[in-house]
Every structure is written in structure tokens, then in C-alpha cells.
Write a new protein. Structure first.
Length: 256
């Protein structure tokens, strides 16, 4: 059976754990070659090894997405190894559990650097390679890019920026006839190491997890695979008429 992204080349940032790892593994299992990047070399290498153990092709590249100087070498390595780039998944992100009064300017700048600057740079540098043959840019935003949460002031602002940046990129690429689509994904609470850390920072992880679960009408928190399947859809040709869209994967969180 031919995979849903057979023969495509994908680059996934923040792929050392959580959503990035799940997306990388699923794309690889469906036929893509995957360039894995992460600031944490050990975890990123682990993801690349898992892909290789599954019989797919992968390379690992250490990268801090907030540093523009890290981007050209990554794109050059992808081009040299694979000759093209079809799918860019801007996934790397951080969350600092502080309200507006507690958030320091350093907290703010760091959050923006990773969550928003990183996506901006990912889109900008991916387009330079992808416009030769077209493709799909997938930006990980959040339900908090659409609504606000008291304890995530900087995070909400950064993810809101990702939401509207995505639309600007989508319109630009469409009008330029690059054949590049750009969409954002807005997950609810997905049980990942980052989510666990955020809830721990708020207090008792068991208590906070129970509170978070109650906010999802579906009755449970999502798993990384729930988001990975949306990444797969947007990466595939099945979504060829989808661009500038907000793909919500939230168990009904925003419906209440």
C-alpha cells in the first residue's frame, strides 16, 4: 500500500518529544523522508533513530529555531541530502505558566523568540526552498491562539501571532503562485511532557489534569497522535484545496 505522503520530504522542528516526535514518526510511517531538528541533541537523535528503526529515512540536525543563523545550514543540509522540501512543520515551542502581572520581559521575549520568531523564520526559509516545487507549511498554534488563558499570557500572545502569520503566508504564497499551502493547527490540551510541566507549575499535576480534562467536552485529554494525524492530512495531497485555515483539534474545548 502506498503511503499518504509517499516520496515527500518533511522537516519537523522540536521533534525530540511530544507532538514533534509523533508527527515525525507518523509522516515517516506513511512514506516521507524526515529531517528532524531539535535544540536537544539527545532527544532529537532518539527520534531519528526511531524513524530509521521503522525502515524510513531520516536525518537529525541540531537547531535553535529562534536563531536565524541556524536556519540556512538546516535548509542546505535538507537540500543536499534529499534535493527538495515538501513539508515544513513548525512545531517547536515553549510555555511559561505565568499571568500578565507575573510575566517578566525576559519571559515574554523568550516565548516570542521560540514560538513566534521561530515560526516566522521557519516559514521564510522554507519558502525559499519549497517554491521550486510547491508544498505544505504547517504551523503549530494552539486553542490559546484563539482564546485567552490567565496563566499563559505570553504563550497566548505568541500563538495568536502564529495564527495570523499563517494566513499572511498562505495568501502571499497563493498570490505568488508558488504552489505552497500554509495552515495552522490549534490543539487543546494534549498529554505531552510540556503539558505535564505546565500543569505541574500550576500546582498538583493530578488536580490540574482533572480540571483540564473537565474543560474538554469529549471527556479526556488528547494524545500526540491526535495532532499527528492532522499534520499528516495537511502534509498530504488530500488537503490540496486547504490553505490559510485554522484546524482545531481540541475535543470540543472551543465549542463550549
Amino acid at each position: 500500500m502506498v503511503g499518504r505522503v509517499q516520496g515527500k520530504v518533511a522537516l519537523v522542528t522540536g521533534a525530540g518529544m511530544g507532538l514533534g516526535r509523533a508527527a515525525s514518526l507518523l509522516l515517516a510511517s506513511e512514506g516521507a523522508s524526515v529531517a528532524v531538528t531539535d535544540i536537544d541533541e539527545a532527544s532529537g537523535q532518539d527520534t531519528a533513530r526511531m524513524i530509521a528503526d521503522g525502515g524510513a529515512t531520516s536525518i537529525f540536525l541540531q537547531q535553535d529555531v529562534s536563531h536565524e543563523d541556524d536556519w540556512p545550514p538546516v535548509m542546505q543540509a535538507v537540500e543536499q541530502r534529499f534535493g527538495r522540501l515538501d513539508v515544513m512543520v513548525n512545531n517547536a515551542g515553549i510555555a511559561i505558566a505565568k499571568n500578565i502581572e507575573e510575566t517578566t520581559i525576559d519571559d515574554w521575549k523568550r516565548t516570542m523568540a521560540v514560538n513566534l520568531d521561530g515560526v516566522f523564520l521557519g516559514c521564510k526559509h522554507a519558502i525559499s526552498l519549497m517554491k521550486r516545487s510547491g508544498g505544505s507549511i504547517i504551523n503549530l498554534s494552539s486553542i490559546d491562539g484563539i482564546i485567552g488563558e490567565a496563566d499563559l499570557a505570553a504563550y497566548c500572545a505568541s500563538k495568536g501571532g502564529v495564527r495570523t502569520l499563517t494566513k499572511a503566508v498562505a495568501v502571499h504564497c497563493a498570490e505568488a503562485r508558488y504552489g505552497i499551502r500554509c495552515n495552522s493547527i490549534h490543539p487543546g490540551y494534549i498529554w505531552t511532557p510540556q503539558t505535564e510541566k505546565y500543569l505541574t507549575d500550576l500546582g498538583s499535576v493530578e488536580v490540574e489534569k482533572a480540571k483540564a480534562t473537565k474543560r474538554h467536552p469529549i471527556g479526556f485529554l488528547g494524545e500526540p497522535s491526535d495532532v499527528a494525524y492532522m499534520v499528516l492530512y495537511l502534509a498530504s495531497d488530500e488537503s490540496r484545496f486547504v490553505t490559510g485555515a485554522e484546524m482545531v483539534v481540541d475535543g470540543g474545548y472551543l465549542a463550549v
